[in-house]
Design a protein around this ligand. Structure first.
Ligand code: NAD
Ligand code: UDP
Length: 338
């Protein structure tokens, strides 16, 4: 299949391009590089020996996006492009609503115009309401999002649900990611946050390499096995493969379907720190600080629906997540732009 990947040079996008090419698909990528480097896709090309037509442009630029569809016979789209920093979304809500909603609206409009009606959307576990029992199932309650970023995912899901309802030719898969971590085993591509990392794993690895003094663990008094927050960390290569499985499903079904991409296992912040230190024989200086506003004590997926309907399960364990993160970090101490 010929797949248009928006946000293709980003963290999850670049790993997904690699898996798509490895599994015989062709890829066209669009990214404005607001949070990524062109080098990511150069390295995917290096790893696969294949070429990715790349367009540095904003998905919201309707005319330019239409030209991409005119130039390439696109079968389906994976829509990663979006802003994703939770804290920043609180201080810049307009930028987040504008970017994440407009890019989705423009994309769907252009897809319709070119008769392309198969879409995989990057959603997030953050759309689930905080008062659900664990593990989270696809029909668990959504809403009550604690920040504008979460609301943009919630709203995009609703827009896509309505589009699929209105036109029976559309096929939409909404993938709700849990906590993506790790990097490709080559150490050539990985997560490269532009500023101080918001997420746990890049903060751990930047602390281990000396770019950060110490990790602040947000809260030590949660009702969990060691008092620190529990999450469902998933290796980015497993996540990328989930998209390839979703495409197979997408081509054979219409309508809207939602899938969790997680492992079903919860690890605490201290579990992560200990696993990272043990796997890589490094020290991660850390201290316990106040809770971060909006954080839940525990969040993990029930991945059964994905296993049953997509035939997909995560195969990388915590040790692989830690080793692969460290290989990427130590080979690229300052990310792509070193
Ligand atoms: P990322 O920032 O590395 O990738 C997103 C890419 O989109 C970047 O390369 C950025 O330059 C590009 N982009 C943003 N706005 C654009 C626009 N208007 N036009 C063109 N390109 C644009 O983030 P990621 O971690 O790879 O996340 C990919 C998707 O998955 C995002 O939609 C994100 O919200 C979602 N997601 C991520 C996580 C996570 O923890 N990483 C969890 C759940 C969902
Ligand atoms: N966390 C932490 N210190 C950090 C970053 C994160 O203790 O510097 C904790 C956070 O409170 C949560 C877990 O690590 O319990 C995962 O946070 P992250 O921001 O990576 O993902 P989230 O699940 O919040 O989207």
């Amino acid at each position: 299949m010929n797949v248009l990947v928006t946000g293709g040079s980003g963290y999850i996008g670049s790993h997904t391009c690699l898996e798509l090419l490895n599994q015989g698909h062709t890829v066209v990528a669009v990214d404005n590089l607001c949070n990524s480097s062109r080098l990511a896709l150069d390295r995917v090309e290096q790893l696969t020996g294949k070429t990715i037509p790349f367009y540095q442009q904003d998905v919201r630029d309707e005319e330019k996006l239409s030209q991409v569809f005119a130039q390439h016979p696109i079968d389906c789209v994976i829509h990663f492009a979006g802003l994703k920093a939770v804290g920043e979304s609180v201080s810049k809500p307009l930028a987040y609503y504008s970017n994440n909603l407009d890019s989705t609206l423009v994309l769907c409009k252009v897809m319709n115009a070119h008769g392309v009606k198969r879409l995989v959307f990057s959603s997030s576990a953050t759309v689930y309401s905080g008062d659900n029992a664990m593990p989270l199932q696809e029909n668990s309650k959504i809403g009550n999002c604690s920040n504008p970023y979460g609301w943009t995912k919630y709203m995009c899901e609703q827009i896509l649900r309505d589009i699929a309802k209105a036109d029976p030719e559309w096929s939409v898969i909404q993938l709700r990611y849990f906590n993506p971590v790790g990097a490709h085993e080559s150490g050539l591509i990985g997560e490269d946050p532009k500023d101080i990392p918001n997420n746990l794993m890049p903060y751990i690895s930047q602390t281990a390499i000396g770019r950060r003094e110490q990790l602040s663990i947000f809260g030590g008094d949660y009702p969990t096995h060691d008092g620190t927050g529990v999450r469902d960390y998933i290796h980015v290569v497993d996540l990328a493969r989930g998209h390839v499985s979703a495409l197979d499903y997408l081509m054979n079904h219409t309508g809207e379907e939602i899938f969790n991409l997680g492992t079903g296992h919860g690890y605490s912040v201290l579990d992560m720190v200990n696993a990272f230190q043990q796997a890589n024989h490094v020290i991660v200086p850390h201290c316990i600080t106040d809770r971060r506003p909006g954080d839940l004590p525990t969040c993990y997926a029930d991945p059964e629906k994905s296993r049953e309907m997509l035939g997909w399960t995560a195969t990388h364990d915590l040790d692989a997540m830690c080793r692969d993160t460290w290989r990427w970090q130590s080979q690229n101490p300052n990310g792509y732009e070193a």
